[in-house]
Design a protein. Structure first.
Length: 281
């Protein structure tokens, strides 16, 4: 065999080997072609007003409500009425309280501000936080949501990203201090890669559907009181697939809550910021 022919045979063999490697990489066990995950690891943040989208609409408060006894909490549901994706939307709870008969004043501090990782066009997302211990001369005078900034992204900017879906399962009330009430739910993620969990919002409603409180708590039993009879979830929150998991609200769940109307919202992000505003409390 001539040197020219030998070289040609060698090149063909190398190409065939390379093609075989590619076939292994791009083929699943069932013989179908594997698709690369198109959800980005990050996007450039350019915070602007969240109240107005680039072509109209914006982030609006759909509902809000406050618990009236015990360790008061606030819950709200926001909606994205724009045709753009809202990424890392910052909101602050504006709550005016009266304490021990003193003139009303605002609750201040880092926990009053939180960040919703993603809101797709038309999507509704809940928020919540604990406030103050209401009793005697203490009361909540007013409560509102101050919608601040977001990064507006065009449709498709997050690839095939879809919100995790949360289905309420059950509530277990434990008369202990600190509170050990648990809210269990099923979380399902159809995303092609694991995302970063930035807590789970819970919104409590009464029998008439009115919001009577809320919270933003770590999922998967993080922060769960020692000795609480809970089994670890099958997989971490915001990872692909389905799991039964739970949160432990910082407060005792409002007494007038209709458990069946409880709503949960997993906060799944492309990555976890450091520090994370949602971990302020």
């Amino acid at each position: 065999m001539t040197t020219r022919k030998l070289l040609l045979v060698t090149i063909v063999a190398l190409l065939a080997a390379a093609a075989g490697v590619v076939a292994v990489v791009l083929t699943r066990g069932d013989g179908s072609a594997a698709k690369p995950c198109d959800i980005p690891n990050s996007v450039k943040e350019q915070p602007v007003s969240a109240k107005t989208g680039p072509t109209g609409g914006g982030i609006e408060v759909a509902e809000k409500g406050v618990s009236s006894s015990g360790l008061a909490s606030m819950g709200a549901v926001l909606r994205n009425t724009s045709d753009h994706i809202a990424y890392r939307t910052k909101v602050t709870l504006k709550v005016i309280v009266s304490v021990n008969g003193l003139p009303p004043g605002p609750i201040q501090g880092a926990p009053m501000t939180m960040e919703i990782p993603v809101m797709l066009p038309g999507e509704h997302v809940g928020i919540g936080r604990t406030l103050i211990n209401v009793g005697g001369n203490d009361k909540v005078d007013s409560a509102d949501v101050d919608i601040q900034t977001t990064t507006w992204l065009a449709k498709g900017a997050l690839g095939s990203y879809t919100p995790a879906t949360d289905t309420y399962e059950a509530t277990d009330r434990v008369p202990a201090s600190p509170p050990a009430d648990t809210v269990r739910y099923t979380e399902k993620s159809a995303n092609c890669r694991a995302l970063s969990s930035r807590r789970t919002a819970v919104v409590f409603r009464d029998a008439n559907g009115k919001i009577v409180g809320g919270d933003l708590a770590p999922p998967d039993g993080k922060g769960n009181p020692a000795g609480s009879p809970q089994q670890p979830p099958a997989s971490p929150s915001c990872s692909p697939g389905e799991r039964s998991t739970w949160i432990v609200p910082l407060q005792h769940i409002p007494q007038n809550t209709d458990d069946k109307k409880t709503e949960l919202y997993s906060y799944c992000d492309l990555n976890a910021p450091h520090p994370d505003q949602n971990n302020a409390l």
